[in-house]
Every structure is written in C-alpha cells, then in structure tokens.
Write a protein that binds this ligand. Structure first.
Ligand code: KIV
Length: 259
C-alpha cells in the first residue's frame, strides 16, 4: 500500500501497527503490514507520560522522519497531536505541513465537531486525512477516562452521525476505537470508506494495534489487546545472559576482541 487511494474495502483486511523509531520501522519494512501509524501514543509508550496530551507537533515530526527513514516503502500516517487542529487554520496547516514534510503519507485527526472547516481545508490542500472516533484519547478528560464509547443509545447515534460527517468531508478512512461491535458494524454499513478498528470487533475493514502491545513489550492488559509475542521476556533473558557472561568473563571472548 503506497497511497491513500489504496486504502479500499476488499475481501482482505487492512493491517496497521504503530511505530515510533527507525529500528522497528526497518523491521516493519521487511514485513507485509499494510500501513504504519506514528501515533501520539508515543507520549505514553516512548516518553512514559500518563496520556497523550503533552505531545507536540515537532516531536511528532521528528518521530515521523525516523520511521520514514526505516520504512521507505510503507504508507505512514502521522497523528496530529492534542489541539493542533484547534488553534486555527494557520496552525493546523503548518502542523500538517511539518508532518507531511517529515515523511508522512497522511495525517490522522481525532474528533470532528468544531474542526470541520479545518478538516475540509486539509483535504482540499491534497493531504490525505484519516479520522478517529469512539474512544479518542485526546478527549479522555471530558470522556471521563479511557472507556468504551457508544454503549448508550444517544452516544451511539452521535458517533454514527460524526462518522457520516467525516466521510462527507472527504476523509479517506476512520480509526474506530473501543466501541461495541454493534456500533462498528453499523458505521461500516452506513459508510463506504474503510473503517480500521481497535477494540471495535471483527465487522470492520482492518485492525490497528500498538506495536509494543502486540509484541508483549508493554504489559498493557486492556481487553482488546492480544500479545502475539513475548519480547519482554526475551529481552530480559538476553540482558541476563549478557550480565552473566560478563561476570563469568566469558564475554568478550577472543571472537569479540581485537588481537
Ligand atoms: O496514537 C495511537 O497509537 C492511536 C492508535 C491507538 C489508534 O491513535
């Protein structure tokens, strides 16, 4: 997948994972994953913050450039960080410009209400924009925490309404986070653009997960996460073997030394 126009509904699910650095990007470049998200979740995963609110545009651009250096051929989506689409048209345009110049193929913006004009202007400027609805982590304070969205009938209808607005604005795809399967299915039925789920069940066009979660590096235990590897254990084993060989004077051996 190279362009936003390749993001289409088909019998094959679209796969997307987060990535924040050059080393993992190089590994992903060798994989068949369809797309990479430089998510503002890097605030939590890389910098150890409690939420994503402290991430700024320059930090996103720096990580986007590192990921692009490692994953030359991949479709890379970069998150517009907290409030960057809320500080007026000029700020939003400049933020999107920085992310696209850093190597992003598209940007992702959480929410819709109040930023319709900016979304439209970005789309008109030739920037592929991905939406993000349901649990939008940049809104967690007003949502009352990181919790499933759309269980109540009114919220269900509101998220569906917002998804339709996004499609009408020309957004090429929507990430739908932590909503009941029924709502995801309904949005999928009402819209034509691909819906990428995270904690949104099966009846969507693709899935996204945080790379550190799926590799078993983060130890996060939200219901929607599945660990497909156990890199934390493997990392600890490697470090402990290194310590033990240094202490036993087995490392460095002649093989790793200059004579
Ligand atoms: O920032 C992020 O990693 C995200 C995904 C969880 C969808 O937005």
């Amino acid at each position: 997948m190279k362009y936003a126009k390749d993001f289409i509904r088909s019998h094959k699910k679209i796969t997307m994972v987060t990535c924040y650095d050059f080393t993992f990007a190089k590994i992903l470049e060798e994989s068949s994953v369809d797309s990479i998200l430089v998510g503002d979740s890097l605030g939590m995963v890389v910098y150890g913050h409690d939420d994503t609110l402290g991430v700024d545009v320059d930090t996103m651009a720096k990580h986007t450039a590192a990921v692009r250096n490692g994953a030359r051929s991949k479709f890379i989506i970069a998150d517009m960080p907290f409030l960057s689409a809320r500080k007026g048209m000029t700020f939003a345009m400049e933020a999107a410009h920085k992310l696209m110049s850093a190597g992003a193929s598209a940007i992702k913006i959480e929410g819709v209400i109040g930023q319709e004009e900016i979304l439209k202007a970005l789309v008109n400027a030739g920037i592929p924009v991905m939406g993000h609805l349901g649990l939008t982590p940049q809104y967690y304070q007003s949502l009352g925490g990181f919790r499933v969205q759309g269980k109540q009938a009114e919220v269900h209808q509101e998220i569906l309404r917002q998804a339709k607005i996004l499609e009408a604005l020309g957004i090429f795809s929507i990430v739908l986070e932590c909503v009941p399967n029924k709502l995801a299915k309904e949005i999928h039925q009402h819209l034509e653009i691909p819906i990428i789920g995270i904690g949104a069940g099966q009846e969507v066009d693709g899935q996204v997960l945080v790379l550190h979660d799926l590799l078993g590096l983060s130890g996060a235990n939200f219901k929607f996460i599945k660990e497909f590897s156990d890199l934390k254990t493997k990392t600890l084993e490697g470090i402990s073997s290194y310590i033990s060989e240094v202490n036993q004077e087995l490392f460095p051996s002649d093989k790793e030394s200059f004579q």
